[in-house]
Design a protein. Sequence first.
Length: 370
Amino acid sequence: MLQSKYFRTSLAIISFLLILFLGSKVIFLFTPLVEIFNLLLVPMMLSGFMYYLLRPLVSLLEKKKLNRAVSILLIYIIFVGLFVLFWVLVWPTLQDQIQNFIDNTPYLVQGLQNQFNKLQDNPALSRFFKGDSDLATRLSGYLNDAITWVTNSMSNLIGVISSIVVIIATLPIILYYMLKDGHKLSPILQGLIPKKYRKEGQDMLKDIDSALSSFIVTRVMLNVVLGTMLYIGFLIIGLPYSLLLALISIPLNFIPYVGSLLAAVPVLIVGFIESPTMALWALIIIVIAQQIQDNVLSPIIYGKSLDVHPLTTVVLVLIGGDFFGIIGVLIALPVYMIIKIIFLRIYEIIVAERVEEVPEQVPVTKEEPL
């Protein structure tokens, strides 16, 4: 029975499930570890994101004969300078728009309802609202619920501020050591792989590293360019809160496919409250910017670095959001890329070993008759 592959596989599965069951009975022992993990999850994620974003710059400075630690400190000084420029040049305008938006929040619902009432009173458009006279009221109610949810969320401001303080305090330290000693991680991971598969493991780690680096760097470039195009377009049409809405669109567009829709919602609402024509122009600006990003910039910057079907991406985003919320939405695609690379490499190893196990057939030659 021990020679049976099916029996050995079943025994391994039963042992694994038994370990999980026994672990669930002493889950309280792991509570401190879970709390530490939750505390460091966001700083570690942001540090990993910044690591892949800044690593090419550190490598470039290192090629210029600068010490790695000095290169990292020089990048930190540059970031401080950029932050000062942002605070002096951008923050005053952004602060005014945020304050105006907060002050005008009570009038947003009324403004939206007034615009729908005007559309209902328009003879050319009134037929579209027949049988649904409460559409404006319901949409205004949805907006009111959204504003109420945001307002209630502000009650957790102390928790949010404490989390931000933890991130600000730990992010530079974690990022510094990632940039300084990150190149030492690959040899350590390779040492955990059996010698028989060390070459394949090395190739797998290189593929994962390359995929993550390409995904993060190109995604940041595309979203920054998209946000810049949206801001210029919003300025041209005179959309209120143009800088605030453009900055909001940049992080939202990190969510594949769904993020562009989420970023368009506040823009269209603000534009529609101003006037239906403004909303139409805002929609045109969004569509043009998205088309430039998808059809012009993405093929040039991405190339074939992101070989994931759009339907697969949408499913991953939905699953990640359902299980882990906003963090799951953001990490769903990178995690899928890592798992895909690992499984493909394991599959290649299994196929290669099976091919080696097949004995070569020695061709049989017929003897010529004398």
